[in-house]
Ligand binder design. Structure first.
Ligand code: C2E
Ligand code: CA
Ligand code: CA
Ligand code: CA
Length: 269
């Protein structure tokens, strides 16, 4: 089987062995990372393309490992997904995001702060996920100010019925639903139509290389999204030229280092 084969590879290839060791170390240490206060969130502004007014903040998880130093979420989130600790981590992030909204309030123009949280498929498919959101948004923080960002993994054929059910429940609460990293995986417009999606985030790969093909893809996404009354958000905006180009293409909101790096929620700019 798969496990046995992996075992052989580990034995013969020291590079892969080191990788597996790091992975299992991370999986192990993640379990205690919340209790040991090694995790924290940072928040990155998302602005309106038209006037660059603040629209929301995306909440991103950070981990400073005591021996290994800062670990990228691109590395530890997949580990948490595999080892199952993503549920506890993800719930913790939602709580932190809601708490951070108060600290972010001074940076909002209209006395309202929306926070966008990344949610893994496994987390979304917990039996009580919608109940948890209901509880989290029933104590002074409006559900309308919460956004969940889901990757295209929600379109996997096997889970689509369950996903549909939970998303319609979440939508009923007032929570916004965004599709992240659009264009990189399983996206299809017929699937977008079946789910209560408020916005699509175009992956930064399409923005950062401004060739003819990527432009055509962005134009097509904007065209169809407008027809479906779905907003389009472009991420990875680093230059004024990129921002102008995205606005000209009809993108509604922009996110990237040009408008602000991910920062601790209490930081003033
Ligand atoms: P993502 O959701 O696509 O988040 C956007 C990533 O782009 C973030 O990387 C952000 O720091 C980075 N970014 C923002 N602006 C720019 C820019 O102008 N240029 C470039 N080159 N990059 C930019 P980060 O923070 O390393 O997060 C990586 C991924 O880890 C996220 O990608 C998301 O998929 C995942 N992730 C982070 N926090 C969480 C979490 O709490 N839960 C879950 N399930 N996943 C998370
Ligand atoms: Ca995201
Ligand atoms: Ca993204
Ligand atoms: Ca991404």
């Amino acid at each position: 089987g798969e496990a046995k084969r992996t075992g052989c590879v580990v034995f013969f290839n020291p590079g892969i062995r080191a990788q597996l060791t790091r992975k299992s170390t991370l999986a192990q240490d993640l379990r205690m990372a919340i209790a040991n206060r090694q995790l924290f969130i940072v928040c990155q502004p998302i602005v309106s393309a038209a006037d660059h007014q603040l629209a929301s903040f995306e909440v991103l998880l950070r981990w400073t490992h005591p021996e290994l130093g800062p670990i990228s979420p691109a590395e530890f989130i997949p580990v948490a997904e595999e080892s199952g600790s993503i549920v506890e981590l993800g719930d913790w992030v939602i709580g932190q995001a809601i708490a951070a909204a108060a600290a972010l309030l001074p940076r909002a123009a209209d006395g309202r702060v929306k926070v966008a949280v990344n949610v893994s498929l496994h987390q979304l498919l917990q039996d009580d996920f919608a109940d948890k959101l209901l509880l989290a948004t029933s104590q002074g923080f409006a559900a309308e100010n919460l956004i969940i960002e889901l990757t295209e993994s929600v379109f996997h054929e096997n889970e689509i019925d369950m996903v549909k059910q939970v998303l319609f429940r979440i939508k009923q609460l007032g929570v916004e639903i965004h599709i992240d990293d659009f264009g990189t995986g399983y996206s299809s417009f017929s699937r977008i139509c079946q789910l209560p999606i408020d916005a699509i985030k175009i992956d930064k790969a399409f923005i950062q290389s401004a060739d003819e093909k990527n432009t055509a893809i962005i134009e097509a996404v904007v065209f169809i999204a407008q027809r479906l009354k779905i907003r389009v958000i472009a991420e990875g905006i680093e230059t004024v030229e990129q921002a102008q180009r995205m606005q000209a293409l009809g993108v509604n909101e922009l996110q990237g280092y040009l408008f602000g790096k991910p920062q601790l929620p209490g930081t003033t700019v």
